[in-house]
Design a binder for this molecule. Structure first.
Ligand SMILES: Nc1ccn([C@@H]2O[C@H](COP(=O)(O)OP(=O)(O)OP(=O)(O)O)[C@@H](O)[C@H]2O)c(=O)n1
Ligand SMILES: C[C@](O)(CO)[C@H](O)COP(=O)(O)O
Length: 226
Protein backbone atom coordinates (compact mmCIF):
# COMPACT_ATOMS: atom_id res chain seq x y z
CA UNK A 1 0.00 0.00 0.00
CA UNK A 2 1.25 3.50 -0.83
CA UNK A 3 2.37 5.67 2.07
CA UNK A 4 1.02 9.03 3.21
CA UNK A 5 0.09 11.43 0.43
CA UNK A 6 -1.07 15.01 0.89
CA UNK A 7 -3.96 16.01 -1.34
CA UNK A 8 -6.93 18.09 -0.24
CA UNK A 9 -10.31 16.67 -1.18
CA UNK A 10 -14.03 16.74 -0.47
CA UNK A 11 -15.76 13.50 0.53
CA UNK A 12 -19.26 12.55 -0.59
CA UNK A 13 -20.72 10.03 1.85
CA UNK A 14 -23.80 8.33 0.41
CA UNK A 15 -26.57 7.40 2.81
CA UNK A 16 -29.73 8.07 0.82
CA UNK A 17 -30.47 4.49 -0.20
CA UNK A 18 -33.33 2.38 1.04
CA UNK A 19 -31.53 -0.83 1.94
CA UNK A 20 -34.28 -2.99 0.46
CA UNK A 21 -32.00 -6.03 0.24
CA UNK A 22 -31.36 -5.76 3.98
CA UNK A 23 -35.11 -6.00 4.63
CA UNK A 24 -34.74 -4.11 7.93
CA UNK A 25 -37.38 -1.81 9.44
CA UNK A 26 -35.29 1.27 8.55
CA UNK A 27 -32.55 2.43 6.20
CA UNK A 28 -29.69 -0.05 6.84
CA UNK A 29 -27.24 2.83 7.14
CA UNK A 30 -28.63 3.47 10.66
CA UNK A 31 -28.26 -0.15 11.83
CA UNK A 32 -25.59 -0.51 14.48
CA UNK A 33 -22.39 -2.48 14.14
CA UNK A 34 -21.07 -2.76 17.68
CA UNK A 35 -21.37 0.74 19.15
CA UNK A 36 -21.93 2.85 16.02
CA UNK A 37 -24.36 3.24 13.14
CA UNK A 38 -22.94 1.86 9.89
CA UNK A 39 -22.42 5.26 8.22
CA UNK A 40 -20.52 6.66 11.25
CA UNK A 41 -17.48 4.46 10.62
CA UNK A 42 -16.50 6.13 7.35
CA UNK A 43 -17.68 9.56 8.53
CA UNK A 44 -15.21 9.29 11.43
CA UNK A 45 -12.48 8.10 9.08
CA UNK A 46 -12.91 11.08 6.75
CA UNK A 47 -12.98 13.47 9.70
CA UNK A 48 -9.70 11.96 10.95
CA UNK A 49 -7.95 12.64 7.63
CA UNK A 50 -6.43 16.14 7.59
CA UNK A 51 -6.66 16.21 3.78
CA UNK A 52 -10.43 15.87 3.90
CA UNK A 53 -11.64 19.47 3.93
CA UNK A 54 -15.37 18.85 3.56
CA UNK A 55 -17.80 15.95 4.04
CA UNK A 56 -21.08 16.02 2.12
CA UNK A 57 -23.48 13.67 3.84
CA UNK A 58 -26.20 12.60 1.39
CA UNK A 59 -29.45 11.39 2.88
CA UNK A 60 -33.16 11.26 2.35
CA UNK A 61 -35.02 14.47 3.17
CA UNK A 62 -37.26 12.66 5.66
CA UNK A 63 -34.18 11.21 7.43
CA UNK A 64 -32.27 14.51 7.76
CA UNK A 65 -33.23 14.69 11.42
CA UNK A 66 -31.10 11.60 12.15
CA UNK A 67 -28.01 13.30 10.73
CA UNK A 68 -28.40 16.62 12.57
CA UNK A 69 -25.99 15.70 15.36
CA UNK A 70 -23.25 14.98 12.84
CA UNK A 71 -23.44 18.28 10.93
CA UNK A 72 -20.77 20.96 11.52
CA UNK A 73 -18.66 23.57 9.73
CA UNK A 74 -17.02 20.68 7.92
CA UNK A 75 -20.01 18.35 7.43
CA UNK A 76 -23.03 19.47 5.39
CA UNK A 77 -26.20 17.64 4.38
CA UNK A 78 -27.54 17.23 0.84
CA UNK A 79 -30.80 15.54 -0.13
CA UNK A 80 -30.21 12.46 -2.29
CA UNK A 81 -32.14 11.23 -5.31
CA UNK A 82 -34.03 8.18 -6.50
CA UNK A 83 -30.90 6.34 -7.69
CA UNK A 84 -27.39 6.28 -6.26
CA UNK A 85 -26.19 8.19 -9.32
CA UNK A 86 -28.76 10.94 -8.67
CA UNK A 87 -27.52 11.21 -5.08
CA UNK A 88 -23.92 11.62 -6.25
CA UNK A 89 -24.92 14.22 -8.85
CA UNK A 90 -26.79 16.29 -6.24
CA UNK A 91 -23.75 16.23 -3.94
CA UNK A 92 -21.34 17.17 -6.72
CA UNK A 93 -22.98 20.61 -6.91
CA UNK A 94 -21.68 21.34 -3.38
CA UNK A 95 -18.07 20.14 -3.65
CA UNK A 96 -15.56 22.79 -2.56
CA UNK A 97 -12.26 21.05 -3.42
CA UNK A 98 -10.65 20.20 -6.77
CA UNK A 99 -10.62 16.48 -5.90
CA UNK A 100 -13.46 14.39 -4.56
CA UNK A 101 -13.70 11.01 -2.84
CA UNK A 102 -17.11 9.36 -3.46
CA UNK A 103 -17.95 6.68 -0.90
CA UNK A 104 -20.86 4.40 -0.02
CA UNK A 105 -21.91 4.98 3.59
CA UNK A 106 -22.72 1.28 3.50
CA UNK A 107 -18.98 0.42 3.31
CA UNK A 108 -17.78 0.98 6.89
CA UNK A 109 -14.38 -0.74 6.73
CA UNK A 110 -12.27 1.43 4.42
CA UNK A 111 -8.97 2.48 6.00
CA UNK A 112 -6.75 5.59 6.05
CA UNK A 113 -4.00 3.76 4.17
CA UNK A 114 -6.52 2.98 1.40
CA UNK A 115 -7.53 6.66 1.23
CA UNK A 116 -3.86 7.60 0.98
CA UNK A 117 -3.27 5.06 -1.78
CA UNK A 118 -6.13 6.60 -3.79
CA UNK A 119 -4.79 10.12 -3.24
CA UNK A 120 -1.57 9.18 -5.03
CA UNK A 121 -3.54 9.24 -8.32
CA UNK A 122 -5.65 11.77 -10.23
CA UNK A 123 -8.51 9.33 -10.85
CA UNK A 124 -8.59 5.96 -9.12
CA UNK A 125 -10.87 3.45 -7.44
CA UNK A 126 -10.41 0.70 -4.88
CA UNK A 127 -11.10 -2.77 -6.26
CA UNK A 128 -10.27 -6.41 -5.53
CA UNK A 129 -9.51 -9.29 -7.91
CA UNK A 130 -12.60 -11.40 -8.58
CA UNK A 131 -12.25 -14.74 -6.73
CA UNK A 132 -15.18 -16.71 -8.13
CA UNK A 133 -15.39 -18.42 -11.51
CA UNK A 134 -17.70 -16.17 -13.53
CA UNK A 135 -20.35 -17.72 -15.78
CA UNK A 136 -22.19 -15.83 -18.50
CA UNK A 137 -25.66 -17.23 -19.17
CA UNK A 138 -28.16 -17.25 -22.02
CA UNK A 139 -31.88 -16.44 -21.84
CA UNK A 140 -32.67 -20.03 -20.85
CA UNK A 141 -30.46 -19.65 -17.77
CA UNK A 142 -27.83 -21.98 -19.20
CA UNK A 143 -24.11 -21.24 -19.29
CA UNK A 144 -22.96 -19.65 -22.54
CA UNK A 145 -19.36 -19.15 -21.44
CA UNK A 146 -16.93 -18.99 -18.55
CA UNK A 147 -15.49 -15.49 -18.53
CA UNK A 148 -11.68 -15.43 -18.07
CA UNK A 149 -11.19 -13.72 -14.71
CA UNK A 150 -7.53 -12.78 -14.86
CA UNK A 151 -8.49 -9.20 -15.81
CA UNK A 152 -11.67 -8.96 -13.70
CA UNK A 153 -11.80 -6.77 -10.59
CA UNK A 154 -14.69 -6.10 -8.25
CA UNK A 155 -15.21 -2.33 -7.92
CA UNK A 156 -15.48 -0.85 -4.43
CA UNK A 157 -15.61 2.65 -3.04
CA UNK A 158 -14.11 5.14 -2.32
CA UNK A 159 -13.69 6.26 -5.89
CA UNK A 160 -11.44 9.30 -6.24
CA UNK A 161 -11.69 11.85 -9.07
CA UNK A 162 -10.79 15.31 -10.26
CA UNK A 163 -13.94 17.24 -9.38
CA UNK A 164 -14.34 18.91 -12.78
CA UNK A 165 -14.08 15.56 -14.59
CA UNK A 166 -16.63 13.70 -12.47
CA UNK A 167 -19.02 16.68 -12.55
CA UNK A 168 -18.77 16.74 -16.35
CA UNK A 169 -19.43 13.03 -16.89
CA UNK A 170 -22.32 13.00 -14.41
CA UNK A 171 -23.88 15.89 -16.32
CA UNK A 172 -23.50 14.04 -19.65
CA UNK A 173 -24.85 10.81 -18.15
CA UNK A 174 -27.95 12.62 -16.94
CA UNK A 175 -28.53 14.25 -20.33
CA UNK A 176 -28.30 10.84 -22.01
CA UNK A 177 -30.31 9.01 -19.31
CA UNK A 178 -27.33 6.69 -18.79
CA UNK A 179 -27.31 4.88 -15.45
CA UNK A 180 -24.07 3.29 -14.27
CA UNK A 181 -23.61 1.13 -11.20
CA UNK A 182 -20.60 3.16 -10.07
CA UNK A 183 -19.02 6.55 -10.81
CA UNK A 184 -15.95 5.25 -12.61
CA UNK A 185 -18.22 3.71 -15.25
CA UNK A 186 -19.33 7.22 -16.26
CA UNK A 187 -15.70 8.30 -16.73
CA UNK A 188 -15.11 5.17 -18.82
CA UNK A 189 -18.11 5.83 -21.07
CA UNK A 190 -18.04 9.62 -21.38
CA UNK A 191 -14.35 10.53 -21.33
CA UNK A 192 -10.98 9.21 -22.46
CA UNK A 193 -9.39 9.80 -19.05
CA UNK A 194 -7.90 6.63 -17.55
CA UNK A 195 -9.01 5.47 -14.11
CA UNK A 196 -6.44 3.52 -12.09
CA UNK A 197 -7.32 0.42 -10.09
CA UNK A 198 -5.85 0.57 -6.58
CA UNK A 199 -5.85 -2.89 -5.01
CA UNK A 200 -8.10 -2.78 -1.96
CA UNK A 201 -9.12 -5.24 0.72
CA UNK A 202 -11.73 -8.01 0.79
CA UNK A 203 -12.68 -6.50 4.18
CA UNK A 204 -14.11 -3.43 2.44
CA UNK A 205 -17.52 -5.04 2.02
CA UNK A 206 -20.74 -3.22 1.29
CA UNK A 207 -23.33 -4.04 3.93
CA UNK A 208 -26.11 -5.17 1.61
CA UNK A 209 -27.91 -8.29 2.87
CA UNK A 210 -28.52 -9.52 6.47
CA UNK A 211 -25.53 -11.89 6.57
CA UNK A 212 -23.23 -8.91 5.87
CA UNK A 213 -23.96 -7.75 9.44
CA UNK A 214 -22.44 -11.02 10.69
CA UNK A 215 -19.41 -10.59 8.42
CA UNK A 216 -19.12 -6.96 9.54
CA UNK A 217 -19.07 -7.86 13.23
CA UNK A 218 -16.42 -10.51 12.48
CA UNK A 219 -14.27 -7.93 10.68
CA UNK A 220 -14.54 -5.56 13.65
CA UNK A 221 -13.69 -8.35 16.11
CA UNK A 222 -10.68 -9.31 14.01
CA UNK A 223 -9.47 -5.70 13.93
CA UNK A 224 -9.83 -5.22 17.66
CA UNK A 225 -7.82 -8.44 18.23
CA UNK A 226 -5.08 -7.46 15.86
N1 LIG B 1 -30.74 6.61 -4.17
C1 LIG B 1 -29.67 6.19 -3.50
C2 LIG B 1 -29.30 4.82 -3.48
C3 LIG B 1 -28.20 4.44 -2.75
N2 LIG B 1 -27.49 5.36 -2.07
C4 LIG B 1 -26.35 4.94 -1.26
O1 LIG B 1 -25.41 4.29 -2.08
C5 LIG B 1 -24.72 3.28 -1.36
C6 LIG B 1 -24.76 1.97 -2.11
O2 LIG B 1 -26.10 1.66 -2.35
P1 LIG B 1 -26.75 0.24 -2.03
O3 LIG B 1 -26.34 -0.21 -0.70
O4 LIG B 1 -26.46 -0.66 -3.16
O5 LIG B 1 -28.28 0.70 -2.12
P2 LIG B 1 -29.46 0.77 -1.09
O6 LIG B 1 -30.54 1.51 -1.77
O7 LIG B 1 -29.04 1.34 0.22
O8 LIG B 1 -29.83 -0.76 -0.90
P3 LIG B 1 -30.77 -1.68 -1.82
O9 LIG B 1 -30.22 -1.58 -3.24
O10 LIG B 1 -30.64 -3.03 -1.22
O11 LIG B 1 -32.17 -1.11 -1.71
C7 LIG B 1 -25.38 3.20 0.01
O12 LIG B 1 -24.51 3.79 0.95
C8 LIG B 1 -26.68 3.95 -0.16
O13 LIG B 1 -27.12 4.62 1.02
C9 LIG B 1 -27.83 6.70 -2.10
O14 LIG B 1 -27.16 7.53 -1.49
N3 LIG B 1 -28.92 7.09 -2.84
C1 LIG C 1 -20.60 1.64 -6.21
C2 LIG C 1 -20.58 0.19 -5.77
O1 LIG C 1 -20.30 0.14 -4.37
C3 LIG C 1 -19.45 -0.53 -6.46
O2 LIG C 1 -19.39 -1.82 -6.05
C4 LIG C 1 -21.87 -0.50 -6.06
O3 LIG C 1 -22.06 -0.55 -7.44
C5 LIG C 1 -23.07 0.12 -5.37
O4 LIG C 1 -24.31 -0.42 -5.54
P1 LIG C 1 -24.95 -1.85 -6.02
O5 LIG C 1 -26.42 -1.58 -6.03
O6 LIG C 1 -24.61 -2.91 -5.03
O7 LIG C 1 -24.41 -2.13 -7.38
Amino acid sequence: MTGWVQKAYSAILLAAGSGSRMAADRNKIFLRLNDQAIFQYSLDLFLSDADCKQVILVGKDEEKVYFTDFLSDKVCFVVGGAERQDSVRHALTRVSETAVMIHDGARPFVTLSELNALKAHDNAILAVPVKDTIKQINQAGQISQTVPRDKLWGAQTPQFFETSLIQKVHHIAQSKAFLGTDDASLVEVFSDVPVTIVPGSYDNIKITTPEDLIFGRAILANRSNG
